[in-house]
Every structure is written in C-alpha cells, then in structure tokens.
Write a protein of this length. Structure first.
Ligand code: MG
Length: 307
C-alpha cells in the first residue's frame, strides 16, 4: 500500500500542430478544433446554432446522395481530397437534375496528421463549396490511431432541389437515344496514380476534378429532354455504361475512336497496362438524350471550357 497517488489527465491541455487522439475526445481540444478550423472555414448561420443537426426549408422534389472520399495522396495534380469531396457530392446531385444546396461533412482524421494539412483541406472544401453556392451545414469528427487511416477520410451527404419534372435516371433511357460525353477521359485516375511517388512517371496530367452543375443546368434550361446523366467516377466510362445498360435493359453501341483521350493519359495507360475506358474521372459525365436534341446539346456543352 502506498499513501501517494497521481492523477493523469488523459486530455492534453495545450494546442498542438498535429492531430491527437484527444481532438476526437469531445473535450476542449475538440471544441477548439471545431471552432477554429471547421466553423471558421464553413461559416454559416446553421453552424452557428451548434445544434445536433441542421434545420432548413426545402420545397418540391429533392435529391439526396452520400459518398466517402478516400484518396492517397491527399493532394494530387489538379485537386485535393477536400475539393474532391465537395465537387463529387455536388456532381452526384447534378446527375439527378438537382441543384446542390446543403452538404454534411464527416471527417475521420488520423492521429499525427499535421494541422496545416487539415487546414489546407478544409480551406479547399470551403472555397469549392462557396464557388458552388453550397453550404456545409452539419458535420462530424472522429480521430483514429496513427497507422489506421490515410491522414483524412471524408464522408458527405448532399441534398439538392430538382429543377426538372421528368425523371433523370437509367430507367428513363429510351430506345435510339444518343450518348454524349462531356470531355476527355481518364485524367483523374492517372493524376492520382502518377502522384504516388513509387511510379516515378513524367508528364503527369492534371485531374479533371471539378464541378458539373453548370453544364448540366445549361442543358436542362435549354429545354433539352435529358433522360439520364452519369458522372464517370470510379470504374470510368465503361463501368458507367454497363451499369446504365443493365438497369435500362438496352444494349449500347459506342465508337471507341470518338471518345476523347489525351496523349498523356493514353501513353500512361499503355505503360501501366490500363484501359482508359475504366480509369476514374471526377469532372466528366455522359448525357443520354433524344437523338433529335443531340446537335443542340453539343452546342450547349461546347460553351463550357473543359479543364
Ligand atoms: Mg456518381
């Protein structure tokens, strides 16, 4: 028996330049992090409520989507995980014919993550959201032990308002519809792969990571009856086509020579033994629509500079 004992506070009280387990512990460190990083970046009246959820008005039909973002490295040519999380969520809503309004952001952070990296990612998310007039209205934060995550994982949910009456979905595809692609394919997947040091590749293309809402809304506002939209993310163009063909029950015929692929992407795919038709994109979509509207749709999409 001893008559002396010591009390160890498990929560460090000082601020830190890396993420610590205590940042997810619900105490002062976590509150400081939320206040100084997240609430500051995503600043809006709903976050100021500090409530368990966001409360807002919606009218008419809405679309809702969810996605989780896991990318290594966190920063790649043409984007980063923060920009990806916002544009990816907004793009999925756009593919439903909806204008993105609100998103949630759940962060899983790895112990030891430099605070500067988190701040850069959150800043990128905030700037991307502001550019799209989308508000991050609620969120969550968890910290996992060092070695149990790739720095940052982000989960989102997005809600948007539909601007068309007709259903835009694989089930709405009609016989003899045409498929229009919005730009060259394969850049995101190749950019991320190239950014991994071990490949040592040269001539790295920029990711196409970017918002699709403007060209989609332009098509719809032009009165073009779009039957189906799909962004060409994981699995690329081929996987998107297979999914839609299976759901719609139609067989699609495509001319591979008419699909734009940059020389950089083509060369890297050849080197790595990849088929660019299956490589991920984060700023490309296909529109499936009536043949009679094809020329007009191409004119509308031609006004948008594809980056
Ligand atoms: Mg999608």
């Amino acid at each position: 028996m001893t008559d002396s004992f010591s009390v160890n506070c498990p929560i460090p009280v000082s601020s830190s330049d890396t993420i610590q387990m205590a940042h997810g512990g619900g105490g002062r460190l976590m509150n400081n992090l939320i206040e100084q990083v997240f609430r500051k970046a995503f600043d809006n009246s709903m976050l100021h409520e500090q409530h368990d959820g966001a409360v807002f008005e919606m009218t008419g039909r809405c679309a809702m989507t969810t996605d989780s973002y896991v990318v290594s490295p966190l920063f790649f040519p043409g984007g980063d995980i923060g920009r990806l999380a916002v544009t990816g969520t907004a793009n999925d809503l756009a593919m439903c014919g909806a204008v993105p309004r609100y998103i949630s952001a759940g962060f899983i952070l790895e112990e030891g993550l430099p605070m500067s990296v988190l701040m850069e990612v959150v800043d990128s998310m905030a700037k991307t959201a502001a550019g799209l007039n989308v508000r991050v209205v609620t969120g969550d934060l968890k910290v996992v032990e060092n070695g149990k995550a790739d720095g940052i994982y982000i989960n989102t949910c997005g809600i948007g308002e539909l601007i068309v009456e007709n259903t835009i979905a694989p089930s709405a595809v009609k016989i003899s519809d045409v498929i229009i692609i919005s730009g060259d394919i394969g850049r995101h997947g190749i950019a991320v792969m190239s950014a991994r040091d071990e490949l040592g590749l040269e001539n790295i293309p920029d990711s196409d990571c970017g918002p699709l809402i403007d060209p989609v809304m332009a098509l719809l506002e032009e009165g073009i009856r779009v039957n189906c939209l799909r962004d060409l993310t994981r699995g690329g163009l081929s996987s998107a086509l297979v999914e839609i063909a299976e759901t719609s029950g139609f067989t699609f015929t495509i001319n591979e020579d008419s699909i734009p692929i940059s020389n950089e992407v083509r060369a890297t795919c050849e080197l790595l033994g990849l088929d660019p038709m299956y490589v991920a994109n984060e700023g490309r979509f296909i529109a499936i629509l009536n043949q009679a509207d094809a020329e007009r749709a191409l004119q509308v999409l031609g006004q948008y500079e594809i980056t």
